[in-house]
Design a protein around this ligand. Sequence first.
Ligand SMILES: Nc1nc2c(c(=O)[nH]1)N[C@H]1C(S)=C(S)[C@@H](COP(=O)(O)O)O[C@H]1N2
Ligand SMILES: [Mo]
Length: 325
Amino acid sequence: MFVHRRRGWEIAPSKATPEAVVLGRRGLIGAAAGAGILAASARPAGAWSLLGGSKAPPVVLKPLTAPRNARYDAGRAITDEHEATSYNNYYEFGMSKSVTDAAAALVSDPWTIEIAGMVNTPRRIGFDELMKQVTLEERVYRHRCVEAWAMTVPWVGFPLAALVKLAEPLGSASYVKFTTLADTKTMPGLRQSWYPWPYTEGLTMQEAMNELTFLSVGMYGKTIPPQDGAPIRLTVPWKYGFKSAKSIVRVEFTDQQPLSFWQQLQDSEYGFWANVNPDVPHPRWSQAEERLLGTGESVPTRIWNGYGEYVASMYADKTKERLFV
Ligand SMILES: Nc1nc2c(c(=O)[nH]1)N[C@H]1C(S)=C(S)[C@@H](COP(=O)(O)O)O[C@H]1N2
Ligand SMILES: [Mo]
């Protein structure tokens, strides 16, 4: 099934450029949180750039464990850690699946998240400060990329609902918009100016408050590696993987449906809802099956990525929406 599709799941840059131009550029915790355990990775920031910026020093991940929440049984074998952390989509570091070396340049400590828009008090919160205010748990979730590959990962993090609560949104806010890091000094992908950087994503407030919606700060018992979105990323398991924005720097509450990065590039292929559905093919390939990272096995895709019991009811009244694009 992979033979006939493009190497990447995005449209070719040549094709993307006009649309992008036309569309315009944006029209814890407990125990684990203690003393700096959570700082994403220790690295002498800047040192590598003195050497010409060609190679960042090796990334040191810190142990980060939390009790596993047994409510979310993935029903699949956990993907081999190396496979899951070396086959990535992180376009800020390049369009290839192998961005581990490039992403080592990401400076994820210190890290600040801006809480903006329709909230009681707009403010900035340091990552370490945030970690003191949430309770971490481990959840094993299935991840389904729109390109039809899938993995099963033990994430460590906390429900997005906990951050929403801390943010104190106004009653009039109906969406949450996520903006991720766009640092031209460390992210070579940003030179590809036809892409509408920074990477943005959005959820309805109801989706944001859903019990499944997770902010991950660790995986496989360690802090998240840069290539997987250090130090904090969304994990939205019933939607195509592009909704799971990496390295989040801004969370904005709004009454306008956010326009996401991929939507700006090609709305006909990557919409706002992006819920997984085997019966709604991508315009350029089937979504009926998915290939498991590691084993290469092909398995049937499930509607809502198999999480319907938690999420389907949110969409019962949205029959006119393009829920599966
Ligand atoms: N900032 C940012 N977030 C991103 C992406 C990206 O390119 N940039 N790619 C998305 C896509 S398409 C997928 S499938 C997942 C991949 O996560 P992983 O590399 O950790 O498996 O991240 C999502 N989040
Ligand atoms: Mo993806």
